[in-house]
Design a protein around this ligand. Structure first.
Ligand code: CCH
Length: 286
């Protein structure tokens, strides 16, 4: 048990659980990043509902959303950290784990503040369908991400997280990894989007994705229809080109936009305390 508020101790323990030789590509990192993103990516600016505060994914209404299939693995990885530092809220733990995982996998430092609570306000619960559907196109991406308050450049920067991890046929139905080294954060995803020829492939399940056979590694890489849409839409493509040629710029923009993602729906006072949640009902004051 660490001292209440000792986020450094929590960061250290998250970093230590990253190495998981039996799991996927040997790292818990990618699925932790996806957990952070899905916990926050339900936000709707207009109704001020959804977002990471409240850690609603612990409950069936949100956790059982098919879009969240597989994220129980991430939550299970983090359970020993929660046991050890029981003062931390799940809402803080999940978002912090994403930030730590990105750094551990060679990505940028991302600003992060604690203070989220685990109090679930039923009136703020997001309905299902708030997360993006990989089978769709550019209009769908805008519809989903504009709702959270992101612009085209931010959508492309965030999509660069697909440098990490893979698709699982028993989770989303899609199959495979986007890049050859899916536990190393880089701008490879953008470079491959532009440099390889992607052809449509229909999986046995009937699901369509894009693939390229990589001669060097003798593995088949994949892209979702939404990934390919980033190269077909003029406004999105500009930023795919920028991030493919300028890794530093991608790291900077990704860092800023991921920090914004995990703060969606959270208002803070000058001291950093969250002001728009019922702190009396649980949680930790920053
Ligand atoms: Fe994603 N993502 N994502 N994604 N994603 C999947 C996996 C990961 C979409 C669909 C999918 C973001 C945006 C989108 C990660 C991070 C981010 C999968 C496979 C699908 C499908 C799931 C499976 O089968 O396990 C779509 C559509 C969008 C639209 O923009 C954003 C934004 C982020 C983070 C900033 C990461 C990481 C993974 C890998 C997870 C793993 O388990 O390896």
């Amino acid at each position: 048990m660490s001292k209440k508020g000792d986020f450094e101790a929590v960061r250290k323990d998250i970093a230590e659980l990253m190495h998981q030789p039996e799991y996927d590509d040997g790292s818990a990192g990618p699925v932790l990043v996806r957990l952070a993103w899905h916990s926050a990516g339900t936000f709707d600016a207009e109704t001020d509902t959804g977002g990471s505060n409240g850690a609603g994914m612990r409950y069936e209404a949100e956790g059982g959303d098919p879009a969240n299939a597989g994220l129980q693995h991430a939550r299970v990885f983090l359970e020993p950290v929660k046991d050890k530092h029981s003062w931390i809220t799940y809402a803080d733990l999940w978002t912090l784990a994403g930030v730590v995982a990105i750094k551990e996998m060679g990505g940028p430092t991302i600003a992060w503040k604690g203070g989220r609570t685990d109090y679930v306000d039923d009136s703020k619960l997001p309905p299902r369908g708030r997360l993006p559907d990989g089978a769709k196109g550019a209009d769908h991406l805008r519809w989903i991400f504009y709702r959270m308050g992101f612009n085209d450049q931010e959508i492309v920067a965030l999509s660069g997280a697909h440098n990490l991890g893979r698709c699982h046929s028993d989770r989303s139905g899609f199959e495979g990894a986007w890049v050859n080294n899916p536990t190393q954060f880089s701008n490879q995803y953008f470079r491959l989007l532009l440099s390889l020829q992607w052809r449509k492939k229909t999986l046995k399940s009937g699901i369509e994705q894009f693939v390229n056979f990589d001669e060097d590694s003798e593995t088949e890489l994949m892209m979702l229809p939404t990934d390919i849409a980033l190269t077909q839409d003029k406004s999105f493509r500009k930023y795919v080109e920028l991030y493919a040629r300028d890794k530093e710029r991608f790291f900077e923009d990704f860092s800023r936009v991921f920090a914004k993602l995990v703060e969606l729906g959270i208002q803070r006072d000058a001291d950093g305390n969250i002001t728009n949640t019922d702190n009396e009902k649980g949680g930790y004051h920053a």
